[in-house]
Design a protein around this ligand. Sequence first.
Ligand SMILES: NC(=O)C1=CN([C@@H]2O[C@H](COP(=O)(O)OP(=O)(O)OC[C@H]3O[C@@H](n4cnc5c(N)ncnc54)[C@H](OP(=O)(O)O)[C@@H]3O)[C@@H](O)[C@H]2O)C=CC1
Ligand SMILES: CC(=O)[C@@H](O)[C@H](O)COP(=O)(O)O
Ligand SMILES: [Mn+2]
Length: 388
Amino acid sequence: MSEAIKKRIAVFGSTGSIGTQALEVIEAHPDLFEVEILTAQTNDKLLIEQALKFNPNAVVIADESRYEKVKLALESTDVKVFGGENALDEVADFDTYDMMLAAIVGFAGLKPTLRAIENGKAIALANKETLVVAGDLVMQLAVEKRVPIIPVDSEHSAIFQCLVGETRNRIEKIILTASGGPFLGKKPNFLVNVKRDHALQHPNWKMGAKITIDSATLMNKGLEMIEAKWLFNLTPEQIEVVIHPQSIIHSMVQFEDGSIKAQMGLPDMKLPIQYALAFPQRVANNNPRPNFKKIPILSFEPPDVKTFRNLSLAEMALEKGGNFPCILNAANEIAVWAFLNNRIGFLDITAVIEKTLQKINYIEKPNLTDYFESDGEARNFAASLIRM
Ligand SMILES: NC(=O)C1=CN([C@@H]2O[C@H](COP(=O)(O)OP(=O)(O)OC[C@H]3O[C@@H](n4cnc5c(N)ncnc54)[C@H](OP(=O)(O)O)[C@@H]3O)[C@@H](O)[C@H]2O)C=CC1
Ligand SMILES: CC(=O)[C@@H](O)[C@H](O)COP(=O)(O)O
Ligand SMILES: [Mn+2]
């Protein structure tokens, strides 16, 4: 009997929070998946361990200074080792994989993802910044190349799951749930003094540092509004955010008849990762299940946009469109990096973004070069506001 065909996965960002959980999912389902490509930026040690365990065709260490170390460690294997940022694009062009899990953090994920789409590869998309920056170009290319973009982000996976079987039915609105982060209910007089270690304590999810700070400032939900616009072809009026501190309902879809579908589960990214990798199949697993007898309350409240102004800035960028979301994203990446390195305070993150949005020229219909230039200009300006 011939062996069933396995989906060959290219895990871009394999050393991160999503990447490592994806490898757990793949390891748990050796009958369905195999690892074709692994990529890391700096974590050479983990990349080597992963390569020895999963025996991929190729690995990339994007930080070129670590290339020799990885090459040497994998010398006795037949794993091809590549170094440098351009190598990400090079391996995205390989024809030996079926699906890219796009799990690099930030703007750096955009180019390899576009290359994969160009090459007709299915995308399991965790990297929300790709759609925030250039959602119009990414979705247009995906349509042209008939490439499915399956969301991994928990809220978008929830909406995607709610929409299965609803292709003929119009969405009235989607309701994106937000945990509120570690500072839910806090006011500026408290936030002015918070430090990175406190902001990194997400109440429900264990994630990479950048997205954890975005959750604390509510920028994460703003980025997710823009991500949802492109994934589901929605107007800003169709996208609502509600605080749901328990993170059990991962998001909801309201249809024209007033019926609302929600997708629920424990806050564990292995489910949306598995769903995206295996789509359209649901695959059995042993992950813990919620016990509703032990969850006394599922509560909801409006977001405090006066305190968490990043959400308003992102809403403004969503409405204005053009290169505004790209500028917002670049300034946010710089400001979050500065906060994580104790260079600026928590509330300064918003100030840096706001000033950068005021400074960089608006372009109504940017092309890819415009997006790269806007990103660079916004980063330079945001960095100039910070004592680097
Ligand atoms: N973590 C989560 O639960 C969720 C994450 N997401 C999204 O998924 C993406 C990944 O998040 P997360 O896993 O938390 O992030 P992490 O910071 O944990 O991991 C990021 C990964 O990207 C690599 N990387 C970082 N910078 C670069 C670069 N310039 N070039 C190439 N590779 C790079 C890192 O390599 P190295 O570690 O080797 O330096 C690492 O493998 C983000 O866009 C995030 O918003 C969405 C929903 C949930
Ligand atoms: C797991 C995931 O998808 C994150 O984006 C998560 O939703 C962050 O939580 P917040 O709701 O606090 O932004
Ligand atoms: Mn999310």
